[in-house]
Design a protein around this ligand. Structure first.
Ligand code: ZN
Ligand code: ZN
Length: 121
């Protein structure tokens, strides 16, 4: 995203620069979406970027780094397992399109039944 602002809008152009594609640091995007697997409406998470559906745990292959939404694959990420990560867990995914593996940290409102069933498979 490249926008030019008149010089007297210095503060505004700084904010735009920060969100620009040239920035090495990325901004996490926490946004709601309709799950492409179970069709349920998923609301933004509120404390970090929402990256998977809390109902069926499916995710979408949109990130290269967590939350950056820079991956062009856009395939469905199928949850295939769980692994321990610090005080929490990560869901292990495999992309149905490019078959790459991906991991997301569980969210606080994820369906615990789904997590448990993944951990015993
Ligand atoms: Zn879902
Ligand atoms: Zn993929």
């Amino acid at each position: 995203m490249l926008l030019s602002f008149p010089l007297y809008h210095k503060q505004k152009s700084y904010a735009i620069m920060f969100m620009g594609d040239n920035m090495k640091n990325f901004t996490m995007r926490d946004e709601g979406f309709i799950c492409e697997h179970c069709q349920k409406e998923v609301l933004p998470l509120g404390y970090t970027a929402r990256d998977h559906c809390p109902y069926c745990l499916y995710s979408k292959h949109v990130d290269i780094l967590p939350g950056d939404r820079k991956n062009t694959c856009q395939g469905l990420l199928r949850p295939i397992g769980i692994e321990k990560f610090k005080d929490t867990f990560k869901i292990i995914y495999q992309c149905e399109l490019c078959h790459e593996k991906h991991k997301n940290i569980v969210a606080k409102d994820d369906d615990i039944e789904q997590i448990i069933s993944l951990s015993i498979e």
